[in-house]
Each structure stands twice: as C-alpha cells, then as structure tokens.
Design a protein around this ligand. Structure first.
Ligand code: ARG
Length: 494
C-alpha cells in the first residue's frame, strides 16, 4: 500500500519539505499511547456492534499490541513519510495483518475525533500528574506552616512594612491559593473527561457505532453530544492553558517573594545552596537563579495561554489544521509547570527561616501603629479617625519605634489631643509591646492570631484531604476503564 494512502484524490505527492512543514509526527509522540488506547476502544466497540468479526478484532488487537510493545521498548520507528501518527499506525496495522482486517480499523471515525480523544485522554493524565505534584507541594507547605506558628514576620503593603504577621499565616495564604488551583483542576477535569469519538469528520456517521460504549471503555464521564462541537471546539485546551497560566502567575509571585526575602536587604530566609548559583567574578555571590528562572518560565506558560487563544480565535467552525499547533504548546506548559513545582518543593523543604532577622525588622519599624490606634478605639472609645491622628503624631514625635511605647511621649501626645484621663492606664498600651499579645488581640476571622492560624491550618488540612479523595476517584475511574478494556482484549486475543 502506498504510504500517502489518505491522498486518494490528489494526483501530486507532497515534497519532503512540504511534508516536513505539515507534519505533527514528532509532536504526536506525546499522544501515541493514547492513540492506541482510543483505537483499541473504538475497535472493541466495532466488534461488539457486529461491524467487524471475531477473527478481525483478534488480528487488530494483536497488531496494536505489537505496536504498543515497540513503543514501550523504544523501537517503534517514527517513519517520517507520514504526516502524523494516525495514518502511521493505521498503515502499520494494515501492513501487518492485511487490508481485509486492518483496513477496517478506521471505520466510523476520522482523525478529527481521533485527535480530540487522544488529547482528552492525555490531558486528563497530565492533570492527574499535576494534582499529584500539587498535593506533594501542599504537604511540604503544610509542614512548614505547622513548624512556623509563632514565628513573626512583617507583612507588607506597597512593599513597606505594614502590619505584624506570622510566618505560618503567610504560608497558609500560599496553600489556600494552590488549593483553589486544585479546585479548578476538578472543574476543568469534568469538562475534559468527555468523549468526542463518534463525531466522525464533523457530521456523524451512518455506521452503527455505539458512542456510549466507547465512553465507558475509555473511562470518560460523558460524551460530547453534538458532532460539530466534538471536533471543532477547543475550549478544553484554552481552559487548561488558562488554568496553568493562573497557576504560573501564583508561582511567579511566590518566587518573587522568596527572592526578595532572600536578599541581604531583607535577609529573612536562607535558600539552600543547591538552588543557587555563584558569580563568575564576585566571590561572595549566592544568587537565587532557580527562582528567577521560575519567574521567567512562568511568563512562557502565561504567554502560551495567550498564544493558543490567538491560534483558535479566527478559525471557522470545523476541524482545521491550525489546531495541530496547540499540541506542543500544551505539552510545553505542562512540562514547565511540572519542573517548576519540583524545584519549589525542593526549595520549600530546605528553606531556613531567619526568625531573628524578621523579628528585628518588626522591632525596627512602626509596624504596631495600627494595633495601637485600635487600642485607643477598643479600650478608650476614641473615634478611629482621631486615633489615627494621635498615633500619627506619636510616630512623628518618635525618634525610634520603641518610642511608640514611651510613657512620656504618649502622655504628651494624648494630652495635646485632650485625652488626659487615659494617661493613668497606659499599661494597656504597653501590653502591645509583647508581639504575641499584640497578635492575640487580632480577633477578626482570618487574622494571624495564633488561635486563628492554628484553626485555619486544620481547615486547610481538611480541604486538602477532600480534594485528595476527589483525585483518587478520578484515578480509580481511569484504572477501572483500563482493567475493563484489558480484560476484553485478553479474552478476544486468547
Ligand atoms: N495531526 C492532526 C492534529 O494534530 C490530526 C488531525 C488531522 N485531521 C485532519 N483533518 N487533517 O491536529
């Protein structure tokens, strides 16, 4: 059989250069296993529907298994005469078992629904790998959070010291963001895990296929009803890239935080030397290169989401070859995010907190000013706007942060503002000086009092477990479908 057997009505053949330009063969390696699985399911269904007979399905499944083994053993030859993996596999089967049986494997389907099945099968696996990595990352962060309760850190707005906080509270914020990513993965997964197979080219088929059966054999949650929707829509790809883009954005900011905290100007953390580089010329340098690269690689992931929208936005309804360019983009984004998470897991599990330096930064700042103003509100019923002014005056008069608690200065400012009656009970104000007391006064839900932080940490642990159960259910469903298919295949081959 000639290798360009799809070109039944085209007289001219493609030159090597043009074939090279058009080919997705190398990118298709990413979905080759999924392509075989999809073909197995489709053909089991064709057999069950009486479209191919017992002898034919046996030959087809044996032939597909041979290809599978070659792929596993790395000796499946990627013959570059083919424009993509789909004709290559069909050709290989026909060459192996002949046209009578092999010529039937593509009955009632097209490459358009086939590539979409392959991608959906691949993406759900990639999303599961991503979740697994996310859970590992979250475990590391949960541990760090648990170990850094009552470690104080300045909290920043405008990159200026703003309020007293604690490190655990800071890490909990990262965890909450990442758990929301996992939540989104579940949402996206529901839409990815649907079966487009059976849409055929675009308008369905007169062959008596059973789409519900392939849905079951492939462990999909449902099927894409409309045949045009099944082969034309690419929202499922854009959605994944948007999700990865959002994750990349979080991760980039986390990296930026660490870079800042590790600088000598802050000196709040020490990043393990494994993740740092030296300078070619300045012997003293320890540069957080991996974090800088994460920041840049995140930009590539964010760019990929934009790039894919640009590719899809002007494509008329139907399948068009433009779609082919999306595959390497998604692969790149997944691979980048996987490597980034690995690095971050390493960094966070070896990070050293320089608690004394964080405490020093707190003590050298006027970070307790708002807490002080709130004491005036809570304990002395002074209107907040006035309290803001009084503490502002106090800051202006102070030469150093400790002066905020200097009786003489406080008394002066209070009496200047007409509050002589308070001066006798200044000990309430002085109690703020103790950082733990200060945080324990922050009773609002979500604030960094030790009680709040501990409760929230429990909640985060609980949420993580809930998401983990959902993830296990996703995996289980795929495993059940794999077992179902493999048992059928073994029976038919025997
Ligand atoms: N290589 C193609 C892709 O990645 C497969 C689908 C080709 N379909 C077609 N009608 N040319 O999208």
């Amino acid at each position: 059989m000639k290798k360009d057997f799809y070109r039944s009505a085209i007289k001219e053949s493609m030159s090597k250069d043009i074939l090279n330009f058009s080919s997705s063969l190398k990118d298709d390696l990413w979905i080759i296993e999924e392509d075989i699985i999809g073909t197995q399911a489709h053909n089991i269904m064709l057999f069950e529907q009486g479209i191919i007979n017992k002898d034919e399905i046996k030959k087809i499944l044996v032939s597909l298994e041979k290809i599978q083994n070659k792929i596993i053993n790395n000796n499946f030859i990627l013959n570059e005469d083919f424009e993509d993996i789909h004709p290559l596999i069909e050709f290989t089967v026909i060459e192996d078992i002949g046209m009578d049986a092999g010529g039937k494997i593509h009955t009632g389907r097209s490459r358009n629904d086939q590539v979409s099945v392959d991608l959906r099968l691949k993406f759900r696996n990639e999303l599961n790998i991503l979740s697994e990595k996310i859970f590992n990352f979250i475990d590391i962060l949960l541990k760090l959070s648990k170990n850094s309760i009552d470690n104080y850190i300045p909290l920043y707005t405008h990159l200026q010291r703003a309020q007293l906080g604690q490190f655990s509270h800071f890490i909990n914020y990262y965890i909450a963001q990442i758990l929301r990513i996992e939540n989104r993965i579940n949402e996206v997964y529901k839409r990815i895990n649907n079966n487009p197979l059976g849409a055929c080219a675009i308008g369905g088929t007169s062959i008596n296929i059973d789409r519900k059966r392939t849905t079951e054999l492939l462990g999909f949650d449902g099927l894409i009803e409309n045949s045009i929707d099944a082969i034309s829509s690419r929202d499922y790809i854009i959605e994944i890239l948007n999700l990865l883009s959002l994750f990349a954005l979080h991760i980039s900011r986390i990296s930026e935080d660490l870079i800042i905290f590790a600088s000598k100007e802050f000196d709040f953390i020490d990043i393990d030397g494994k993740f740092c580089s030296g300078s070619s010329v300045m012997p003293q340098k320890k540069n957080p290169d991996t974090l800088e690269l994460i920041r840049a690689k995140s930009s590539i992931i964010i760019g990929n989401s934009f790039k894919s929208s640009l590719i899809v936005k002007a494509i008329p309804s139907g399948y068009l070859k433009d779609f082919q360019e999306l595959k390497p983009i998604v692969r790149e984004s997944f691979n980048l995010i996987f490597s980034i998470i690995e690095i971050l897991c390493g960094i966070f599990s070896t990070i050293k907190l320089k608690n004394d330096n964080m405490k020093k930064a707190i003590e050298e700042s006027y970070i307790l000013a708002l807490d002080l103003a709130e004491i005036l509100v809570n304990d002395y019923k002074i209107p907040f706007r006035l309290a803001h002014q009084i503490v502002g005056d106090l800051v202006k008069l102070s030469k150093k942060p400790n002066d905020l608690f200097d009786r003489a200065i406080i008394s002066k400012v209070l009496s200047d503002n007409g509050f002589n009656d308070i001066i006798s009970s200044l000990s309430i104000i002085e109690s703020l000086h103790n950082l733990k007391n200060c945080l324990d006064k922050r009773i609002s839900q979500g604030s960094p009092s030790t009680k709040n932080v501990k409760n929230y940490l429990k909640q985060l642990n609980f949420e993580k477990k809930e998401f983990y159960d959902l993830y296990l259910r996703r995996i289980q469903k795929i495993q059940n479908a794999n077992t179902l298919r493999n048992n059928i295949i073994q029976d038919l081959i025997a």
